[in-house]
Design a protein around this ligand. Structure first.
Ligand SMILES: Nc1ncnc2c1ncn2[C@@H]1O[C@H](COP(=O)(O)OP(=O)(O)O)[C@@H](O)[C@H]1O
Ligand SMILES: [Mg+2]
Length: 247
């Protein structure tokens, strides 16, 4: 069953067409790795799914509800309700520096007030344990390594019980020795059947964890397929050339 259906999504900045007819579906428990050159529209595509970018055409349907249908957006309440099903993890973590780790996790859940303080506190403790950071609950982000910050960001996304998590190059800002600990958390989520879209340059990770690879070039999904097929036997020279530059 498709959790997300994207059809013919278009986005331009000024007169530059950044997304051209983007069409794909995400099934429940699927892990999609998005690869492609810098500037090809990967971030814009992810950001469009949670309405951090306003698209200029096409449709995005999340579990049967249209965020945007043929270029026309849902009303404000509808947009909120649909985007709240998705969590996002950014390259640069985007933690609040003036809040402790635990406070970072609890800010959004407390704001939406769907659970009691005690429930929220218990959940944040559980999630910090899950990402191996129980000992860091009361420290400020500045005291953490990049890998630890990103694991906090993942725990924070999980606090809202998302049906899908979007990762935008979650390890690109990390020193190589810290990449593994973050990929390990994402891999664990995949094993727990979390639905995820991961923009990444980590081809080994993509090959091992993703069910599907999507190659984006110049605002288009040039091809997509199972990792073994796409890596070994890409249909297009552009795909092959890109894979060769990052392997
Ligand atoms: N807010 C913006 N205003 C103008 N141009 C933008 C903006 N955001 C992205 N772009 C342009 O859109 C294109 C795609 O960017 P992006 O989605 O960030 O690519 P990627 O994530 O694949 O590197 C780039 O040419 C970029 O310069
Ligand atoms: Mg990007």
């Amino acid at each position: 069953m498709a959790i997300i259906e994207v059809s013919n999504v278009k986005k331009s900045f000024g007169n530059v067409d950044v997304l051209k007819n983007i069409t794909f579906t995400v099934d429940k428990s699927e892990v999609i790795a998005v690869i492609g050159p810098s500037g090809s529209g990967k971030s814009t595509m992810l950001r469009s799914l949670i309405h951090l970018e306003h698209v200029n055409g096409g449709s995005i349907c999340v579990q049967g509800d249209y965020l945007v249908k043929d270029g026309v957006y849902a009303n404000g309440q509808g947009i909120k309700q649909i985007t709240s099903k998705m969590g996002m993890v950014f390259q640069h973590f985007n933690l609040f520096p003036h809040l402790t780790v635990k406070e970072n996790l609890e800010l959004a859940p407390k704001y939406v007030k769907k659970a009691s303080k005690e429930e929220i506190s218990q959940k944040s403790r559980e999630l910090l344990e899950k990402v191996g950071l129980s000992a860091k609950a009361d420290v400020y982000p500045a005291r953490l390594s990049g890998g630890q910050k990103q694991r906090v960001a993942i725990a924070r996304a999980l606090m809202m019980n998302p049906d899908i998590i979007l990762f935008d190059e979650p390890t690109s800002a990390l020193d190589p020795e810290l990449t593994g600990e973050v990929l390990q958390v994402i891999k664990q989520l995949a094993e727990e059947h979390m639905t995820m879209i991961v923009v990444t340059h980590e081809m080994g990770f993509a090959r091992e964890v993703a069910n599907k690879i999507m190659f984006i070039d110049k605002g288009e999904i040039l091809e997509s397929g199972k990792p073994e097929q796409l890596f070994a036997n890409p249909k297009f020279d552009r795909t092959r050339a890109f894979i060769n530059t990052v392997l």
